[in-house]
Write a new protein. Sequence first.
Length: 649
Amino acid sequence: MLDATPATDASARPSAQPLAPAAGAEPRPAGADALVAAAQSLLPILEAGRPLDARTLRNAMTRAFGATDAEGAWLWKDAYEAAEAAVVLFLRRYGRAMRQRAGAGADGPRRMLAMLAALAGLEPSHTRRSEEQVRLQQFSTPLPLAYAALQAAAIRPGDTVLEPSAGTGMLAVMAQCALGKNAAESLHLNEIAAARAGLLSRLFPESQVTRHNAESIADFLPHVRPSAVLMNPPFSATPGVGRIRHDADLRHIRSAFSMLPAGGRLVAATSAHCVPGDRAWNEAFASLAGAARVVFTMAVGGRVYARRGTSFETRLTVLERSREGGIAIDRTAHAADAAELLDAVLETVPPRLPVEPAPGADLFGHVPPPRTPRAKPARPRAVRPAAQSPHDWGPVAELDIQSGTPAPRGESSRDAAGPYEPWRPSVVRVAGATQHPTPLVQSGAMAAVPHPAPAYRPMLPERVVADAALSDAQLESVALAGEAHSRHLAARYRIGSGWETVQRYDPAGAGAEQGGPGAEPRASTTLTEDGETLSAPTRFRRGWMLGDGTGAGKGRQVAAVVLDRWLRGTKRALWLSQSDKLVEDARRDWTALGGRETDVIPLGKFRQGAEIPLSEGILFATYATLRSPARQGKASRLEQVVGWLAGSL
């Protein structure tokens, strides 16, 4: 067993993303109409230059919902979102006029920022929070920060703009003002929260609004090819995961960035800890090495979010899809407020690159899905969806392993670690492998007994080693697991009809039935004394137990074992876990090796007893789910999974 001393990071990261996943087309919850009605009644107050104080908000919300907050008709979080919607309506009506008044000179953006800051000063301070807002960390982009992001994006007419986590539309309305003609058709908004998505569909009725988990937005919207992305992703929340995820913003950025054509630009407001060039960043963009060019990054003081009820520091980062050489950036740069940030953007962000249109894209950057020829009706078959793009594993080869005898242990190392020995490669040494990032130890007894040298060589993408997606310790585990899985147990066994009992097959005792001792068994079943049906004798593949401790990266190792089999043609796997909340952890580890998030599918997405319509993938299930018995004529969950897995043999 390996153990590790994991790195710790106690920094908190806010999020504007709900935890409950949802998918589908434009939602219209009942409360959205009332929120828009409240926003429309607040618009004249903004036009008059008067602030939206608590009394004004309460009156508008009570009229729109027909009851007060004390009666439970609405929450103050709803009132704040109605105020933000009123600002969006104001900018949709007067945004272009404000840009013209600011002028196109060198000081035009600064004058525009001053007007927007005055408008933002009329918004209410978020002094009351709902339980949902605290749990989901929903904080909309402040207007001055949204404008600085717009200037960094340099959006121009003809762009197709995507906002993956649109919230209440602060960034979206900025983009719409810059797009000019055909702005509605050129703007694609995605928001997983039902209430906010319904609000967006009314504030931007001509634009497409979808509801997907933006951590894998590229997989959900393969037909959209944005030339610019404006985003304020969640900092630390993942749908379906009830704990802090410090790489949530990076996952969102990487997925959205992968949709850009050459020359496309992405601007993201993230947590201050999302720093380009650090280890987490390099791991996230390892497979896009050379294509993601950072042209600007700057931390922003927490007072920018003061009126949103928080003081988290943020960061604005600008990426371009280009293989040109990188430019010098200061990762320690800091702006106290939006005005300082805008000055830095105007002074240092380079002009946009020419955008290469995606093949087959229309005027608005949309690529139609491939046409499927009409065929005669037939029995349904498990096929890959037409819109699913093939995997980009890069060069694939068997690992270059130099097996050998470990060096003798020194007494000094034992004295330094007590009863433990520092782990080091023994019989599996992979050429070019990177040392594990945290110290690993093993018991002295385990260190004294080396593994047998494996003959098996895992099949993995070359970049897994080159980009340090797997360390030397993790690669050893993959090789040892492959060695075990490549062989079978010597004995044969019979499986009970309920898949719950296994009995060793004794050819000597069943000689008459099977044709004599030592003969190959025929495909037949047997009834036991208690009436249970046993299958024909079969052989089991050898298993392998991974007992590493915290920090060794067990999930990444499991994903690599699955990937080895995948690249050898076995593209169906079962990932068992204690909790369904850990599905995102499995997706994180799988995508870190180059897979797609959509490859990992919760078993709960398919009805019990139904055929699983997947030609390939990784089913994610809990131990409790597999205990679900057959009922109402439907096969058990275990039978359902075994039937699907057997289809890959």
